[in-house]
Write a protein that binds this ligand. Structure first.
Ligand code: FAD
Ligand code: NAG
Ligand code: NAG
Ligand code: NAG
Ligand code: NAG
Ligand code: NAG
Length: 517
């Protein structure tokens, strides 16, 4: 199709309301035509399909990214077979339409289904590719990227009681994005991040090839385990190592107000939590001038209370604070706080578009003083709606070498901080509370670079610029070294080898580095 015809088509699309003033040579009509020869038409949704909006919104968490001005995809492809993903990539390459891969849609900046800038792109939504196949005897499983964390936990515990998997706390997250960025959760001190337990994977690369671990080579297999989603291809499935858990675990929630010594308890927690026995994990949620200590112990109540009264008497834990349950139940309880919530809740993929949120993250390597905590708590004074979640490292997650996987925040890291601001109403920017707090925290957190967790994606720390048709390495370095530290360059070199043309690109994708600078 001649360029002028393409422009005319783009203009037509714009008049029809799909406002994408893209200066690219994308040929949306040709792309759709190309798809139609390999993907059944009922698997492709264009804005004229009656269910386009419901498919688009199906996994959107944040109403910020579902407004009248949000840049939406040209179409959504919902593959039921790897060949459909391959076709989408091949057609996209041929007709200059990029794809954004979506698994669970939980990206904090919505990059799996919207673009920050005008752009013609398609979403490949993997929600239908979500099998979980457990091999109980080998203690492994093959899991598809479109499965949620909740579906994984449920399938593993039902097929193989006594086995589990270390991953995050929110059951509706997709495995595709979650594993791509690391996967932090309540068992990481014992078993590491999710990616520390990935044995093999299948991926559709920028040439439309379907590769397994052996075919993709060691650099690419290294990169997809923590190097961030949306960079190297579409990972379709993962082979994971399952981990043993006792039939009874213990969960405990203990809340301390400022008056009950919350600030000194958090001060002590900072160095205690990363050094505790690996079966004992305590995370902290600071909100409303209070600290909530959430404990998961891979064992029974008596042993937990004994350990806590000698190691952390400040919490005053007694048997009454213990809830014994199965590991599976604990993955529900941490969110519901109600022992009666059925484990089948884990299978509910429905998310709601309720509150607006903005999150940011940090890592702490040197304990913050009590004096400083006394100044941090007032930021959570209830008039500003926000909270902070502290996730202890150490144990297994801290003992793996920083370069073994792209996730670099290991040796010497005490804990991760996640700041969460939420607000109601329809403002997409929200209050400046979170940036004020983030600035306030700067002297107390990791520096040079200030670290951040790629799964808590934050476009404030940097966005790519494109130079000469590819993402510039220098623009990527700004945010990339925060997420990946010294591993960023290897990620970029790997990107240069497997996707030199920068097909898988977004506002914060790893740039291809073709020669060392
Ligand atoms: C409520 C909530 C709770 C959370 N809790 C935790 C937690 O406890 N621990 C933790 O570590 N994180 C947590 N997160 C963050 C979460 O890990 C990330 O948002 C993760 O990227 C979500 O994966 P997804 O598949 O749902 O996201 P998506 O939005 O589908 O994808 C995220 C990114 O990965 C890319 N991508 C998606 N699928 C693939 C694929 N198959 N192959 C290649 N790239 C892909 C996308 O293009 C996008 O760039 C939480 C997020 C939310 C919203
Ligand atoms: C996917 O397609 C291939 C080739 O057409 C076929 O062999 C395979 O059975 C399909 N898989 C599924 C799950 O439908
Ligand atoms: C921020 O984190 C909270 C708590 O995990 C989560 O509910 C919210 O969805 C996150 N924000 C975004 C933008 O996804
Ligand atoms: C699934 O979750 C959604 C959103 O939280 C909720 O509205 C719905 O009632 C749940 N469905 C079931 C069957 O529990
Ligand atoms: C709460 O904190 C904000 C700053 O984040 C401050 O402006 C406000 O005055 C505080 N309110 C109270 C009641 O302390
Ligand atoms: C926000 O909501 C108000 C009242 O419902 C409405 O008038 C306004 O147009 C909305 N603004 C945006 C940006 O959606």
């Amino acid at each position: 199709m001649a360029v002028s015809t393409r422009m005319a088509l783009l203009l037509t699309l714009c008049v029809l309301g799909c406002c994408v003033f893209a200066p690219s040579l994308a040929a949306p009509g040709d792309f759709l035509q190309c798809l139609s020869s390999s993907v059944p038409s009922e698997r492709v949704f264009t804005p004229s399909s009656p269910s386009f909006t419901s498919v688009l919104v199906s996994s959107i968490r944040n109403p910020k990214f579902f407004t009248p001005t949000t840049v939406r995809p040209l179409c959504i492809v919902t593959p039921t077979n790897a060949s459909h993903v391959q076709a989408a990539v091949l057609c996209g390459r041929r007709h200059d339409v990029r794809v954004r891969v979506r698994s669970g849609g939980h990206d904090y900046e919505g990059l799996s289904y919207r673009s920050e800038r005008p752009e013609v792109f398609a979403v490949v939504d993997l929600a239908n590719l979500r099998a979980v196949r457990v091999d109980r005897v080998a203690a492994t499983a093959w899991v598809d990227s479109g499965a949620t964390v909740g579906e994984l936990y449920y399938a593993v515990a039902k097929a193989a009681p006594g086995l589990a998997f270390p991953a995050g706390v929110c059951s509706t997250m997709g495995l595709g994005g979650h594993f791509s960025g690391g996967g932090m959760g309540m068992m990481m001190r014992k078993y590491g991040l999710s990616i520390d337990n990935v044995l093999d994977a299948t991926l559709v690369d920028a040439n439309g090839r379907l590769l397994d671990k052996e075919a993709m080579g060691s650099d690419l297999f290294w990169a997809i385990r923590g190097g961030g989603g949306g960079n190297f291809g579409a990972v379709l499935s993962w082979k994971i190592r399952l981990v043993p858990v006792p039939s009874t675990v213990t969960f405990s929630n203990i809340q301390k107000t400022i008056d009950q010594g919350a600030a000194s308890a958090v001060t002590k927690w900072q160095t205690l939590a990363p050094a505790l026995p690996e079966a004992l994990s305590i995370r902290v949620i600071v909100q409303n001038q209070q600290a909530l200590f959430q404990t998961l112990y891979l064992g029974g109540c008596s042993a937990l209370v004994r350990a806590m009264s000698s190691l952390f008497p400040e919490l005053g834990m007694t048997r009454a604070d213990c809830r014994e349950m199965s590991w599976l139940q604990s993955t529900v309880y941490i969110n519901s706080g109600d022992i009666k919530t059925p484990v089948e809740t884990l299978l509910n993929r429905t998310t709601s578009l309720s509150t607006f949120t903005k999150n940011k993250s940090d890592y702490v390597k040197q304990a913050i003083t009590k004096d400083t905590w006394d100044k941090i708590f007032p930021w959570f004074n209830g008039s500003a709606a926000g909270l902070m979640i502290l996730e202890p490292h150490g144990g297994r997650v801290g003992s793996i070498a920083d370069a073994d996987t792209p996730y670099p925040h290991r040796s010497g890291v005490l804990y991760n901080i996640q700041y969460v601001a939420f607000w109601t109403g329809n403002g997409t920017d929200g209050p400046d509370w979170i940036s004020g707090l983030y600035n306030f925290m700067e002297p107390f957190v990791s520096k040079s670079p200030r670290g951040a967790y790629v799964n808590y994606r934050d476009l404030d720390i940097g966005e790519n610029t494109v130079v000469g048709g590819v993402t510039s390495y220098d623009s990527g370095k700004v945010w990339g070294e925060s997420y990946f530290g010294g591993n960023f360059e290897r990620l970029a070199i790997t990107k240069g080898k497997v996707d030199a043309g920068d097909y898988f690109r977004n506002e914060q994708s790893v740039p291809p580095l073709l020669s060392r600078k």
